[in-house]
Write a protein that binds this ligand. Structure first.
Ligand code: HEC
Length: 689
């Protein structure tokens, strides 16, 4: 099977993050939560990634006076997805295309910026991944940053100068890094992504933070059994795959959740699914295909396997389990339990014993799920239904819920020890999936907009979930699918931004919305908070222009056309955002329509098969950030179509070269398809005056 043909789900699937928290004064430990009210050094505040703060100057009684303290326009066209980190009165923000910025916490003044200078051309997957970055980690005086071209970079926190750099994965081998590094035990851990193409083996690398020396690598799936296995876990895993699996299947990308637990000295690695996606297109005779869609615990010092829990064995829906987990100490059944809370894409909520990976209570669905009826407590396995097995239904296909975008994706959930609730950004909409076995080599066609055309649920919700009782406490519809990560605080508040450009606060106990601020820019990442000189700041990064949000943030967030910005809120903040120009919803008149429906359909198939949607959007509806909107492409550019698509004219900007996958004879159909999409946008949009 052609690599490109595996990229079908990839357009909307988004990859990885990590981070950890340095404990000042200690060389090797990290703390569970923020070490100081003045600092937010790790993505989730502390190693437990609870995205929770004990601060309460801003609380459910005072939040009415919360206002903008300052904002900083960021010198980038791509949206921001990472959590703002804070240490020593400085805010550290990660950006797309290898950027890191440091701003003064009190004023928002830019102190330094670092440009990793992404090395294009790097191939399709790395070019895609380079356009999003889920953040940084701070360890003592070091800032850690990973890049789309697979580098891990350590910077001096005070000056932004580079201390060391390591090449973790190979961008030319269909790999990229979109996640944030995570730290603990004096080490930095980094995973990688292949944009769900399933090519190759996922792995996590550990480096010494001080020197950048490579310490260990843990592969998440086995390689060719003719070669020596790296460790006994790989030998065990190889028995769970079909015959000759290493020739055709891959996956297991640890692209997001990698969590260091200072209590167990384990690193919990969340992995992506196997590929190709339809199970019958993978090698027969397989079992659970370890360690895909799993949480795998490895020893932080050696990288040796300790336990795993497989959330979706035999996956057909790309139900990754690489969403960031939360570590917590809960009283369950009268006993104190050290647990991992996980809301993977598959729609169930898991509470696992952190020491052995066993289920602590029965996982329950957080939204309507149709692929499994329940999780069996005896076996720990899902009980599958027939409903979502689209591969058995061929062209007719099946409705699948949750979608391959996941009930929950990478946007962080938070856990408040005060309320005992987990606040999850839930994406609630079914899709339709089918395989035209007669005319394709098993490519899964997904209609991501099926719910809209069939009046099914199509929304992003904020869910307050009780992990002990495994039930919902409250739930709010907050907008279209795919909304921002959450922060909860001891002020009885939960903060969440939306892709449609509002920043909201809810009462953590009841869910009542108590504050809302129009940010003009869409928000996907989670906020952070610190208190310095008696003033509590709530920080959030905004700007929806990134490939990570293509297709949703673009189609529905017309209002959120504001630029990438860092926003800092505080009580009585009185700064004002400049008015954002109305979105250019008008489209220029496209070149003359080229062809009949059959040719256009052929062009659409080429579009889907070649992964164009990864960067330019599902159905060519996209174009935010550093990738232009093809619906606005003019006739002069179409004259260069062959040079752009096959000739590599824009390869230095990261437009892949499709010389092998697309022939000259294919180009007219592809062009006809794009022009037809442009005409549709032109006809539907209000006409330019
Ligand atoms: C990995 C990301 C990526 C993928 C995948 C991708 N492109 Fe691009 N494309 C870009 C970038 C980056 C540019 C240059 C920036 C820009 O002008 O949009 C670009 C530019 C273009 C342009 C010129 C647009 C203009 O108006 O100047 C066309 C046409 C185009 N791409 C078509 C395609 C087609 C067709 C496919 C699939 C066969 C595809 N692209 C896949 C990233 C991508």
């Amino acid at each position: 099977m052609n690599i490109m043909q595996r990229l079908t789900f990839a357009g909307l699937l988004v990859c990885a993050v990590p981070a950890a928290l340095a404990n000042p004064g200690s060389a090797t430990t990290v703390a569970a939560g923020p070490t100081s009210n003045r600092e937010w050094r790790l993505i989730g505040g502390g190693a437990y990634e609870q995205h929770y703060s004990p601060l309460k100057q801003v609380n459910d009684a005072t939040v009415g006076t919360l206002g903008l303290a300052w904002y900083a326009d960021m010198p980038t066209t791509d949206g921001l997805t990472g959590v703002p980190l804070v240490a020593g009165g400085v805010v550290y923000q990660s950006g797309a295309l290898g950027m890191v910025w440091a701003h003064d916490l009190k004023t928002g003044k830019l102190l330094w910026s670092y440009d990793a200078k992404i090395r294009f051309p790097t191939g399709l997957v790395a070019s895609w991944g380079a356009r999003l970055s889920r953040g940084l980690a701070l360890w003592q005086d070091t800032v850690l940053k990973a890049t789309g071209d697979c580098r891990l970079i350590a910077l001096n926190r005070r000056t932004g100068t580079r201390l060391w750099e390591a090449q973790s994965c190979d961008p030319l081998a269909y790999k990229t890094i979109t996640g944030a590094p995570r730290v603990g035990a004096g080490k930095v851990f980094i995973g990688n992504s292949n944009a769900d193409s399933g090519v190759g083996r996922g792995f996590v690398d550990a480096y010494d933070i001080g020197t950048g020396k490579h310490l260990w690598r843990f592969y998440t799936i086995p390689g060719d059994p003719a070669q020596p296995f790296e460790n006994p876990a790989m030998e065990m895993a190889s028995k769970t795959w079909g015959k000759d699996y290493w020739k055709h299947s891959g996956g297991g990308s640890p692209w997001e959740g990698i969590t260091y637990d200072p209590k167990t000295n384990l690193v919990y690695i969340g992995t992506d699914g196997p590929a190709p996606f339809a199970p019958t297109t993978r090698e027969s005779g397989g079992g659970d295909e370890l360690f895909t869609n799993a949480i795998v615990a490895v020893n932080a010092d050696t990288g040796a396997y300790v336990w795993h829990y497989s959330t979706t064995p035999g996956d057909g829906w790309n139900y990754a389990a690489t969403m960031p987990v939360v570590i917590a100490d809960l009283v369950i059944g009268g006993a104190q339990r050290h647990v991992i809370l996980s809301a993977p894409k598959n729609g169930f909520f898991y509470v696992l014993d952190a020491r052995n990976g066993k289920l602590v209570n029965e996982p329950k669905p957080i939204l309507p799920v149709n692929w499994a009826s329940r999780i069996d407590m005896k076996t720990g396995r899902p009980v599958l239904t027939q409903d979502a097995k689209y591969w058995e239904k061929g062209k007719e296909g099946a409705v699948v819920s949750p979608s391959p975008m996941g009930a929950h994706n990478w946007m962080p959930m938070s856990y408040s020890p005060e309320t005992g609730l987990v606040y999850i950004p839930v994406t609630d909409y079914p899709v339709h999936a089918s395989v035209d076995w007669a005319n394709s080599v098993g490519r899964v066609d997904i209609d991501f907009y099926y719910a809209l055309t069939h009046h099914l649920s199509f929304k992003g919700t904020l869910l307050a979930w009780d992990p002990v009782k495994q039930e919902a406490r409250w739930r709010h519809d907050v907008g279209p699918p795919y909304e921002g990560g959450t922060l909860s605080t001891a002020g009885n508040l939960v903060f969440q931004g939306t892709t449609t450009g509002t920043f909201n606060a809810y009462r953590a106990d009841t869910g009542e919305r108590v504050w809302s601020y129009p940010t003009a820019s869409g928000i996907l990442g989670a906020p952070s908070t610190v208190e310095v000189s008696g003033r509590q700041y709530i920080l959030v990064a905004a700007g929806s222009g990134t490939t990570s949000a293509v297709g949703f943030a673009t189609r529905f967030s017309g209002r959120a056309s504001g630029p990438p910005r860092l926003l800092a809120f505080a009580l009585n903040g009185s700064a004002k955002l400049p008015a954002t120009a109305a979105v250019a919803e008008t489209f220029p008149q496209p070149p003359a329509p080229l062809a009949d429906a059959a040719v256009i359909a052929r062009g659409k198939a080429l579009w889907d098969e070649n992964g164009c949607e990864l960067c330019h959007g599902v159905g060519a509806i996209g174009g935010l950030g550093s990738v232009g909107d093809l619906r606005r492409t003019n006739a002069a550019t179409y004259d260069l179509f062959a040079d752009i698509v096959r000739g590599g004219l824009y390869k230095d900007a990261g437009m892949p070269v499709f010389a092998d996958a697309i022939t000259d004879a294919d180009l007219p159909a592809l062009k006809a398809y794009l022009i037809s999409v442009a005409w549709q946008a032109y006809r539907e949009a209000p006409q330019a005056p």
